[in-house]
Design a protein around this ligand. Sequence first.
Ligand SMILES: Nc1nc2c(ncn2[C@@H]2O[C@H](COP(=O)(O)OP(=O)(O)OP(=O)(O)O)[C@@H](O)[C@H]2O)c(=O)[nH]1
Ligand SMILES: [Mg+2]
Length: 349
Amino acid sequence: MIVVIIVAVIVVLVGSGVVIARGRRRRRPMLPDAPRVAMPSVLVTEVTQRPSLREEPGTLAQRLGSSRSVFDRVRALSGAGAVSAEQLEVVEEVLLRSDVGVATTNMILDDLRTNGAPDGIATSVRNSLLDSLSAERSVTLTAQPGRVPVWLFVGVNGVGKTTTIGKLAQRHVDEGRKVVLAAGDTFRAAAADQLEEWATRSGADIVRSAEGADPGSVVHDALGRAAARGADIVLADTAGRRANSTNLLDELSKVRRVADREPGEVVETFMVLDATTGQNALSQAREFLAAADVTGIVLTKLDGTARGGIVVAIERDLNIPVKYVGVGEGVHDLIVFEPEAFVDSLLDT
Ligand SMILES: Nc1nc2c(ncn2[C@@H]2O[C@H](COP(=O)(O)OP(=O)(O)OP(=O)(O)O)[C@@H](O)[C@H]2O)c(=O)[nH]1
Ligand SMILES: [Mg+2]
């Protein structure tokens, strides 16, 4: 009996102990969640633009496919001599669609009305367009003795400044020049990285600084380096954006002043424009003209959805020659603008 009682007591004690233990376990306060590491809201702020290795094949006419197709209906107009009202209407529609602008369109229509089209309408339009593209478009590669020539590139963001500099760096290096690139776009770090990739590929030297650095001092340092190393040319990139456009234009004027100070001399200031933005490119351009003293236009992305007539409108409205055109993203996709080859690629039947 005593044994039974002892066993019962032990059972009760052990059982209640378990219950107490369980109770305690239940009552134990929950551990707080492990503190979360604060995650940045944006993990990758900039993706470096990698220079394309793609080489687009094809003739100029094929590369300018979209610009050329705008002129399909003019190329299809047959007959020579007097031009009918219906034909004039087609020419007018096509020219306006091609982005040549109202003034050039009217000039060409007047000519067709007055003189007819002795060698066919496409040929007359071709000749008129060529007449409108008669600007002098050589580029300057030399500075005064003891100074380093600088080519400065300006334009709003995304138009193709950095890519154009990369393509030109390659061209200059191939032609035997010693090139220094100045990474004057300090607005974002990726801009200098992008330029550095082009420098590496082309064998050009580069001077860059940290994001947010003063663009003027980057250009100044690049000039110092170019002079010390006997470089033949400095190609200076600039930012395409700032908090507002007044700041951007002020900054450009300042960079220009620095670049033009000894040992540098700005011999070309290229305004880079994106041909696919059509007439908008013109209004952008006007903003930059005063600030930057532009000597030439680089018209990029003519291989895209552009309608090539914008070349004519730009030269006519801004009175600044188009000197290079971009026809792709590859390193060799920048060509010296030659009006005849260009107009023929649009209108040759
Ligand atoms: N199809 C085509 N694309 C081009 C051409 N030129 C530049 N691009 C592309 O346009 C994009 C913008 O070029 P960037 O050189 O970075 O332009 P950016 O003016 O330096 O731009 P920000 O540095 O932002 O001011 C890139 O994807 C280029 O590869 C061209 O002639 N044809
Ligand atoms: Mg850039």
